[in-house]
Design a protein around this ligand. Structure first.
Ligand SMILES: [Zn+2]
Length: 159
């Protein structure tokens, strides 16, 4: 929750906090009561806590070519016991492919095919960036309606 609280090196002479009953559940007002002198370290700690409470902007994974939002880390999924797979196509090209439940930033096209499928129970189609159209990976679909995107991780970046 507030991992910095337990670090004596961070709070230095404020060690009293670690003896404070119910440390794991204390609130800001509790901290303020412990800060009658306006100690700078306390104030810094409070700032850090505020930072942790501020909702972070939604994380996204972007097309490296045009920065279009492709998917989010929350869409990561595990297929055959792993999120990422090092795969080689019939031409010897290697891809580090990550599996995602969804990738709204992709456009999918091509006939469904099972030819050379890395995931034998799945058919695949191409998945390209919806904005700049570069190839980002594949959409894999099974006859039982399971589907996931296998995206080339080198072609995605964080903001
Ligand atoms: Zn793009």
């Amino acid at each position: 929750m507030y991992p910095s609280i337990g670090k004596s090196d961070v709070i230095g002479d404020c060690l009293i906090l670690s003896c404070f009953p119910g440390t794991s559940g204390f609130t800001h007002p509790g901290l303020l009561l412990l800060d009658p002198l306006g100690n700078e370290k306390y104030l810094k700690l409070l700032e850090e806590l505020e930072d942790e409470q501020t909702p972070k902007p939604e994380e996204a994974l972007l097309c490296v070519n045009c920065q279009h939002k492709i998917t989010t880390p929350q869409e990561k999924t595990v297929i055959n016991s792993s999120h990422s797979h090092l795969l080689t196509n019939p031409y010897g090209m290697k891809f580090n492919v990550g599996c995602f439940n969804n990738a709204d930033g992709c456009m999918v096209f091509g006939e469904l095919t099972s030819a050379y499928s890395w995931f034998p129970e799945y058919y695949w189609q191409y998945a390209h960036c919806r904005n700049c159209h570069i190839h980002l990976g594949w959409l894999f679909s099974s006859p039982s309606q399971q589907r996931f995107f296998g995206l080339i991780l080198d072609k995605l970046s964080s903001p």
